[in-house]
Ligand binder design. Structure first.
Ligand code: GLN
Length: 246
């Protein structure tokens, strides 16, 4: 049955809420409402069935809850079914790794992901990747993405998995790129929340979820000031370097 409201689901904030990425759902809902869409924003806890939605967000988490989230999503099958029907997804860090083929547990063994991305995440050999990250996005209209990262995994993409973008600073996937962009799905290592720092990415996700490519511009002066400050800090710092970890 068709829903009249745009439904945005934040997936398992009780398991994937460590890094404040639930803010991405709030930002998407706010940007849609300011344009006159009726929005149903659902924080979907892991002890309840995952609702069907037009747009899902998944956030970062600790190693053990990440395994629990992947097991539950795999057993339930709702997210994969919604994606097959055209739902859009923003998956950050642990959420990104879960959407891939496999990711490491705290002990370093491989745990299965949902396989929506042709990506396998492994434990990195160097120091944990922590700090500001800047990515030149491959998605049209998005431009430079600013965020921060905090992860131990490195993500190896297969031939069908195009990167979300190229690194200007930071570690990302560990090979000079960050994340994956495939159809209406985006995976990334950027926290922030990433959509607070990058409203253009929020609008791309909203246009995929609504089927509308004529979203009215919003007054983003505060967001633009934040972006300018973060990009300047990240790109001019003496620590501004790419960290290759494989
Ligand atoms: N546990 C994963 C890693 O360290 C994800 C961390 C996160 O979500 N920030 O790679």
């Amino acid at each position: 049955m068709a829903r009249s409201a745009l439904r945005i689901v934040v997936v398992y904030p009780d398991l994937l809420g460590t890094y404040g990425d639930g803010g991405n759902g709030v930002i998407l809902a706010s940007r849609a409402r300011r344009r006159g869409f009726e929005v149903d924003l659902v924080e979907a806890a892991s002890d309840r069935p995952l609702p069907r939605a037009d747009l899902y967000t998944l956030g970062g988490g600790e190693d053990a809850p990440q395994v629990q989230a992947a097991e539950r999503l795999g057993a339930e099958g709702v997210l994969a079914a919604a994606v097959a029907e055209g739902a859009a997804v923003l998956a950050v860090c642990a959420g990104y790794q879960i959407l891939g083929k496999s990711f490491p547990t705290a002990e370093g063994t491989a745990s299965p992901g949902l396989g929506l991305f042709e990506v396998a995440t492994e434990k990195g050999t160097g120091a944990r990747a922590v700090g500001e990250i800047v990515v030149e996005a491959a998605v049209p209209t998005v431009g430079l993405l600013t965020g921060f990262e905090n992860h131990g995994g490195v993500s190896v993409r297969g031939p069908s998995a195009g990167a979300l973008g190229t690194l200007r600073r930071g570690s990302g996937n560990g090979d000079g790129t960050d994340g994956v962009w495939s159809g209406r799905l985006v995976g990334t290592y950027l926290h922030g929340p990433v959509l607070a720092r990058n409203p253009a990415l929020a609008d791309v996700l909203l246009s995929w979820a609504t089927g509308r490519d004529d979203l009215a511009p919003l007054d983003d002066r505060r967001e633009e000031a934040l972006r300018a400050e973060r990009l300047e800090a990240a790109l001019s710092s003496p620590l501004s370097m790419l960290r290759r970890r494989r």
